[in-house]
Design a protein around this ligand. Sequence first.
Ligand code: 5RP
Length: 262
Amino acid sequence: MSLALSPAEKAKFAAARRSVDFIEDGMRVGLGTGSTAAWMVRCLGERVRNEGLKVTGVATSDRTAEVAVSEGIRVVALEEAGWLDLTIDGADEFDADFNLVKGGGGALLREKIVATASDRMIVITDPAKEVAQLGAFPLPVEVIPFGWQASQALITELLEGMEVAGREITRRMAGDAPFVTDEGNLILDLHLKRIGNPRQLAMVLNQVPGIVENGLFIDICDVVIIGHANGRVDLRDMAAGVQSQEQVDMDNELNLFADLGD
Ligand code: 5RP
């Protein structure tokens, strides 16, 4: 049986499948959050079971930890792992300099801690996430619940002096209740439309009392793997200045996951 997936999902799978080839025996690996990262965790589980690959995973969210454990991957806390060889994660947007917007899944705090505690970060994505300028995707900012309205007011003030095209801020909801992160915090989504200077914005946002972290990842991502629905993957390596194209065998690979379609 073959798994029926949308073109976007096939593209995510292709990127995820290619990314796990970067994982070597004995590595400590940061496991991202989101639908693309979930494919990566499943593909890694496949390698653990089929090849006896020994890896230690550090999950960037409770839900990723659950999937990883169910895939037979050993998961430990970052405190235990110490330093990581590699983190593989998705993104909501990326630009030509590999600056990212992350946090669409609300896991940006752990994601940033894990990615910056790694020798390398690989971002896996579909082509729709590539942008000339960041900002169309609302920028997630994690704030502590205490006095969150005061933090929001300070952000509004701060945005007046920033190169952005929109200034609306919404508190993220999960149905009728506020969305709460794994760390017990809230997410404010900044509808900026265009971020002229992501580096500056990332720095000043973190000066606001109550803000724990923002979803701008600057100088963190090393490699981007862009998957396409037909199995083509584009690999871009910033440090090596290398770009290449490869092909993932989609039919054979996806058949391994056919049970997910049941
Ligand atoms: C979660 C994230 C995700 O990586 C981002 O939202 C992309 O998710 P998806 O792969 O489902 O499109 O930052 O906090």
